[in-house]
Design a protein around this ligand. Sequence first.
Ligand code: FEO
Ligand code: CA
Ligand code: CA
Ligand code: CA
Length: 600
Amino acid sequence: SRPAQASGSRFAFDELQAGVDTKHHVAQGYDADILIRWGDPVVKGAPAFDVQKQTADAQEKQFGYNNDYIGYVPLPLGSTTSDHGLLVVNHEYTDAAIMFPGLADAKGEFELSAQSKEQIDIEMAAHGQSVIEIKRGADGKWAVVPDSAYGRRITARSTEFLVTGPAAGHDRLKTSADATGTKVIGTINNCAGGTTPWGTTVHAEENFNGYFGGELKDDHPEARNYKRYGLGEAEYGWSLHHDRFDLVKEPNEPNRFGWVVEIDPTDPTSTPKKRTAMGRFKHEGAESIVAKDGRVVFYMGDDQRFDYLYKFVTAGKFNPADRKANMDLLDEGTLYVAKFDADGKVAWMPVVFGQGPLTEANGFKSQADVLIETRRAGDLLGATKMDRPEDVQPNPVNGKVYVILTNNDKRKAEQVDAVNPRPENKFGHIVEILPTDGDHAATTASWDLLVKCGDPSVAAVGATFHPGTTQNGWFGSPDNCEIDADGRLWVATDGNNYKYSGRADGIWGLETEGEARGTGKLFFRVPVGAEMCGPKITPDLATFFVSVQHPGEGGKEWPEFGRPSTFADPSTRWPDFQDGVPPRPSVVVITKQGGGKIGA
Ligand code: FEO
Ligand code: CA
Ligand code: CA
Ligand code: CA
């Protein structure tokens, strides 16, 4: 029997049953095929994946680990072609216990010092981005174009980035390897991102802190800065083999991470840029829209409990007739941080040196200082402390901006405010922002709550999904989102959560308009242990790319499926299901059987 459908919802598909198992699932009538997996070839001449003989040099040419954001750039450039294009995919982080045979014990644990330098270098090569060329064949199936001239890996191990904008060349960015303060090897923890109107992609450096070892003394000039970003607790062993990740040896290196990076995927020889004008924090993503006057506005979340929501407005205007003229738009503009009030208003406060408290009296000598310590600038400005801002995406159809707040179980009752209304917010919520006069460059806006997430059948949760939402249709811990060409909002979850709900992460269509506003519908779900990232729909709405990240991770949370997550753990080996092959993070491509628009 078919599950009940919500009336008035624009998401016309038979809803998937919520649940969790070792496989991925999509709504009836759709195919969900593996497009590319960790270890598959990206750069011409890449060796075949051999999990028993991994090397950093091989990984440099292969698809990286833990795919997250997916950018789609149609080919030819500037077109809306939906059967040929480039995918630019983030590789956010690595799971050494699952990647390397014999490393972890039966509990999934290992000492950082137990890793070889080669393993560390493989991890560094598995971070960053992949650029792949993809085509849809006559049979309707997508495939990676083999040996494409566009194929590129950007890694934390070998790719040189140029630092640009107000903090470029500042003393606080200089290291013994780079006296200029403008050249950085690599990008790390790239979570979500965005695709610019001029066909480049932007990628957020999120939890950069965990890659650094060592500890600075309290009287070190960077101690206050680093404390604010959570540095000092290494989660990776990189500093044991590379001095630049050791805070004591290279105290300025962390100031070179935490930025938004821009990549031109159409030119494999181009140097990627770290755009400091957009601030330094734990960037989740950077989705943009062209404002009424032609300036470009990027919305950005800082994904930490009680951190802030930002936007960046370029000084220059987008020139649709001259791509080159747009290539450095991200170096000049104004960064703003949001203050929400209880009357439904938003004030965007400039994060600009010399304005308000951002002065020498508070330790800022220039805009570079303000940007390097963006979070402290936000603190001084009195920005609103949010429940972990993840994706923030403007909807070009209705003019609103969708702010995904994933959860914050540390918010106490006395810390509740209008826009973060729940204490111990385990399930998150979604806020809508409506810019004043529809102008995204405006410094004021109004806001509204779209939905408080969680199981609506449990009164104590306080969820506010539309009553037409079925038991499959509600979700928790929203993270990434996609707004398709028809203006429909699709939400991906992270930690939905098996622990809380016994159901896998996935993709839900969430109605934002009309009578069915607030109705969720489940479309796709991931295998156990995985998180859902990177939802991206082609301009013709016929293809939906999704990232299945960290399949098989966190086994301790799901004892029903067997053991903790280690290489040896046979409880899930998605998607290959072969002995001796661990689970492999992969991009999945969803199409409708017989063709046509997704969800229509
Ligand atoms: Fe990497 Fe904010 O999720
Ligand atoms: Ca993630
Ligand atoms: Ca995320
Ligand atoms: Ca998340």
